[in-house]
Ligand binder design. Structure first.
Ligand SMILES: *[C@@H]1O[C@H](CO)[C@@H](O)[C@H](O)[C@H]1NC(C)=O
Ligand SMILES: *[C@@H]1O[C@H](CO)[C@@H](O)[C@H](O)[C@H]1NC(C)=O
Ligand SMILES: *[C@@H]1O[C@H](CO)[C@@H](O)[C@H](O)[C@H]1NC(C)=O
Ligand SMILES: *[C@@H]1O[C@H](CO)[C@@H](O)[C@H](O)[C@H]1NC(C)=O
Ligand SMILES: *[C@@H]1O[C@H](CO)[C@@H](O)[C@H](O)[C@H]1NC(C)=O
Ligand SMILES: *[C@@H]1O[C@H](CO)[C@@H](O)[C@H](O)[C@H]1NC(C)=O
Ligand SMILES: *[C@@H]1O[C@H](CO)[C@@H](O)[C@H](O)[C@H]1NC(C)=O
Ligand SMILES: *[C@@H]1O[C@H](CO)[C@@H](O)[C@H](O)[C@H]1NC(C)=O
Ligand SMILES: *[C@@H]1O[C@H](CO)[C@@H](O)[C@H](O)[C@H]1NC(C)=O
Ligand SMILES: *[C@@H]1O[C@H](CO)[C@@H](O)[C@H](O)[C@H]1NC(C)=O
Ligand SMILES: *[C@@H]1O[C@H](CO)[C@@H](O)[C@H](O)[C@H]1NC(C)=O
Ligand SMILES: *[C@@H]1O[C@H](CO)[C@@H](O)[C@H](O)[C@H]1NC(C)=O
Ligand SMILES: [Cu+2]
Length: 525
């Protein structure tokens, strides 16, 4: 059976408003042992697992996430802060957005903080949560967050969409981030991962044969797989032997169905794909090889070992008999080109009122990245605190805070000129999404029907995005390769400062984070 766009229009919903519910979740942030790829180490984790527990909600619900910081290992950063990546955040709620030193002070050890995050604008789709404090999520603090749409206009395209249809691919390191950062800072060479994990399991060269993750399917059914790249660095390329994949969602935005057989995801990016279990009952490889840095710098790395198994009901409990490939052979390859994606509902990009050009340049031999000659340093006083105290122009922020002051209710165009750097930088906007007017994969400028997403690659061909400032706030806009983020590849897009002052009324609990954090000795911060 072919998936054709016309079938989706049959699924007109009856638009019965769903009752909005409170989704109460508790996350204990703890140091715990874990061996995702067979190498035992200490994690920074939510509830002791990597990935952390799955969070699910329905359209319009309110997430109430209580974070108990129980980090106690002095070999790790002790504070934390959780960002719900890709979730729209209204101005009034900007203080619960989870970005340390931008919208809050970090949560110190032995502290508890509750993030109340109403899901707005009928947003649904595939998201994730992770620590936003420095590179902390590299140590394991990452997990999936799915917002289901009870009236999904694409529901006719698939039969199964549940907690077993989420694929989280991520890079993994054996060492912890403090020594890795020390190495990065001494050499300017980004740490090369030991392995790639698929739903929290992986293998490294010479390591134990950790059983691959198994995805169970039944012949004849169609599955909505939600793929999340929870990388801190690596780019994963996903395919399933002998099967097509039909893309229907990009970063929480429904897309017109597009059938391919391989896709790339940069760090932070998400896609939903429909797979039809239309092949003979058997085991098939799900290939998820990755690239990220020079593999000869880490002999544990073997991207071929980054994979999982698609197992049809009735197939033996065994590895596929096919060789482990990296994906479809050249003659059969039909890879996703981001520029070919179209939104499910067209939303033309408005003409810009403000243009900003951002040049990304690395300082040779150093762990230092610059945006327009400035390497971002986390503000000492969070941007939102300064704004609430009256900051109203660029001169109220240190140059190193790379803060752009923008008017409310306008369209801002960000132009990333072509760069000569060979690594794509996945730029991610917090609290909002953007129109991808020009993909780094194409020379075409598309203002008519661009996709909207919240992470876009910036690289050799140049990238242009536009976003609206109708939802004012101090929104982080940074590279999702967290090593680059740490090295200064970040900006803050602060819009509508008077609106922020009018709308944001933080709770006493939020106000208390600052004094508690400031009182900590540096090694507990
Ligand atoms: C995490 O662990 C805490 C403490 O055991 C528990 O109360 C909570 O329900 C767990 N959270 C999730 C999402 O499973
Ligand atoms: C990992 O090490 C911890 C403590 O060092 C131990 O308790 C745990 O059982 C080990 N786990 C594995 C899978 O070896
Ligand atoms: C956190 O609480 C534990 C148990 O009460 C205590 O041993 C530890 O010293 C506290 N840590 C900090 C950083 O306050
Ligand atoms: C972590 O890095 C430190 C410093 O380079 C090194 O001494 C240690 O052996 C490394 N540990 C692992 C598990 O790679
Ligand atoms: C995840 O993102 C990283 C960094 O951008 C990239 O190297 C990797 O290939 C991506 N993974 C997938 C599955 O696309
Ligand atoms: C995959 O899609 C191609 C092109 O649409 C089609 O020719 C092929 O039969 C499909 N393969 C499977 C296994 O569905
Ligand atoms: C990586 O793993 C594959 C599958 O086990 C193996 O065939 C290949 O030789 C390995 N690569 C290296 C460089 O050892
Ligand atoms: C922004 O740049 C575009 C394309 O370069 C140009 O057409 C437009 O006039 C500029 N707008 C402003 C407000 O400068
Ligand atoms: C960056 O610095 C160089 C050299 O000092 C200067 O020529 C250039 O105009 C600066 N670029 C920006 C965007 O400020
Ligand atoms: C803040 O700056 C805006 C734009 O420059 C200006 O219109 C507004 O009056 C200023 N607000 C305050 C409180 O000074
Ligand atoms: C302010 O910026 C300067 C460089 O422009 C930097 O040396 C200094 O550390 C920054 N101060 C703060 C408080 O961020
Ligand atoms: C932006 O537009 C909204 C709705 O049109 C309006 O309520 C708000 O006052 C406007 N804000 C500014 C700063 O113009
Ligand atoms: Cu980057």
């Amino acid at each position: 059976m072919k998936l054709v766009a016309s079938t989706v229009f049959a699924a007109i919903s009856l638009a019965v408003p769903a009752l909005s519910e409170t989704v109460a979740v508790t996350l204990d942030i703890i140091n715990a042992p874990g061996a995702p790829d067979g190498f035992n180490r200490t994690l920074v984790s939510a509830n002791g697992t990597y990935p952390g527990p799955l969070i699910t909600a329905n359209k319009g619900d309110t997430l109430v996430v209580t974070v108990n910081n129980k980090l106690d290992d002095p070999n790790f950063r002790r504070s934390t802060a959780i960002n719900f990546d890709g979730i729209f955040v209204k101005t009034a709620n900007a203080f619960n957005e989870g970005s340390p030193f931008v919208t809050e002070y970090p949560i110190g050890p032995n502290e508890t903080y509750t993030y109340t995050v109403p899901l707005v604008d009928d947003q649904t789709g595939t998201f994730w949560y992770h620590s936003q404090l420095d590179v902390q999520y590299v140590d394991g603090l990452r997990g999936a967050l799915i917002v289901y749409d009870p009236d999904d206009p694409l529901a006719d395209l698939y039969d199964v969409d549940n907690e077993d249809t989420i694929w989280q691919v991520g890079d993994w390191w054996h060492n912890s981030t403090l020594p890795l950062l020390a190495g990065y800072e001494a050499t300017g060479i980004v740490p090369v991962s030991d392995s790639g994990t698929f739903n929290g399991v992986g293998r490294y060269q010479g390591g134990p044969e950790v059983p691959f993750h198994v995805v169970n399917v039944e012949a004849g059914k169609r599955y909505r797989f939600r793929i999340i790249n929870t990388s801190a660095r690596n780019v994963f390329t996903v395919s399933v032997d002998s099967h097509n994949l039909t893309v229907i969602e990009t970063d929480g935005s429904a897309t017109a169905p597009l059938t391919i057989n391989q896709l790339d995801l940069l760090a932070g990016q998400r896609h939903s794909v429909v797979l039809e279990a239309n092949q003979p009952v058997d085991n098939y490889w799900i290939n998820a090889p990755f690239v990220g840095g020079d593999p000869t710098r880490n002999l544990n790395q073997n991207a071929t070992l980054s994979r999982a198994i698609l197992r049809y009901q009735g197939a033996p409990d065994a590895d596929p008999s096919a060789p482990m490939s990296l994906g479809p052979a050249a003659g059969e390859l039909n890879a996703l080109d981001e520029a070919d994606l179209r939104p499910f509902v067209a939303s033309p990009a408005p003409e810009p009122d403000v243009n900003i050009t951002l040049n990304l340049v690395v300082t040779a031999g150093k762990a230092q990245w610059n945006v327009n000659n400035v390497s971002f340093l986390a503000p000492e006083v969070p941007t939102l605190v300064k704004i609430l105290d009256g900051a109203n122009s660029s001169s109220d922020f240190n140059v190193t805070e790379n803060t752009f002051i923008l008017p409310a209710n306008k369209t801002v165009q960000i132009i990333f000129p072509p760069s000569d750097d060979d690594e794509e930088h996945p730029f991610h906007l917090h609290g909002n999404n953007f129109w991808l007017v020009k993909s780094n994969s194409s020379d075409v400028i598309n203002t008519e029907n661009p996709i909207k997403r919240d992470v876009a690659g910036v690289g050799a061909a140049g990238t242009i995005v536009r976003f609206s400032t109708a939802n004012p706030g101090p929104w982080f806009f940074h590279c999702h390769i967290f090593w680059h983020f740490h090295a200064g590849l970040a900006t803050i897009m602060a819009s509508g400062l008077d609106d922020i002052r009018a709308d944001v009324h933080p709770t006493p609990e939020w106000e208390a984070l600052g004094p508690a954090y400031e009182a900590l000795p540096p090694d507990e911060q």
